[in-house]
Design a protein around this ligand. Structure first.
Ligand SMILES: Cc1cc2nc3c(=O)[nH]c(=O)nc-3n(C[C@H](O)[C@H](O)[C@H](O)COP(=O)(O)O)c2cc1C
Length: 175
């Protein structure tokens, strides 16, 4: 059974979107799907000095290890995150920084993993999708060329929503 992890950057509308996506995969018998919100974890702000401190004591904080374990053990990832200032929100960037430093190979959590980038944003959310897609690709992920975007003015139709999730399911499930 493949493990699909949905990562929400917040506990607000992106978490609701994550739950809607999970409901789609709950109907698939060959997928085990879970949702985490980054707001549930207390990750310190990444600083090289802090990393050196953790490495000197041979241990990272428990919450970094927990998020790392969720990500490393997943077969595919769906990201639900708001656009902030035309880019990636700090809670998400911070998490990526820690995971890249807490693993032996900095790309270990992301390399060759099928990923779908989604957003519930105030404006159009596309800057986040483009920026984060570049970052995930740099980390070795296979990012789908379609996205689920919800904004205050525009919702996605049910057929587009189901269609994108179906394409994503087929992309990582055939591997
Ligand atoms: C610091 C900050 C910057 C934001 N910048 C943008 C932006 O550039 N584009 C956009 O579409 N929405 C922007 N927003 C609005 C958020 O995307 C919107 O409130 C979103 O729904 C928040 O996600 P959440 O409901 O999961 O918390 C910004 C919000 C904050 C707090």
């Amino acid at each position: 059974m493949k493990k699909l992890l949905i990562i929400s950057s917040t506990k607000n509308s992106n978490y609701d979107l994550s739950q809607d996506i999970k409901s789609y995969f709950d109907n698939k018998e060959d997928i085990s799907c879970s949702v985490i919100s980054l707001e549930e974890f207390d990750l310190p702000l990444y600083r090289p000095e802090l990393e050196e401190k953790f490495k000197a004591s041979s241990s990272f904080p428990v919450d970094i290890d927990k998020v790392k374990s969720f990500i490393v053990k997943s077969d595919a990832l769906i990201w639900c995150s708001p656009e902030y200032n035309g880019g990636v929100s700090p809670i998400l960037t911070n998490m990526i920084a820690w995971i890249s430093r807490a693993t032996d190979d900095w790309r270990e959590g992301f390399k060759d993993k099928h990923s779908l980038v989604c957003s519930s944003s105030g404006g159009n959310g596309k800057h986040f999708i483009e920026g984060f897609t570049l970052q995930l690709s740099y980390l070795g992920s296979k990012v789908m060329d379609k996205s689920i975007i919800k904004t205050k003015k525009n919702d996605i139709t049910k057929s587009d929503f189901d269609g994108i999730l179906s394409d994503f399911y087929n992309s990582f499930n055939k591997v």
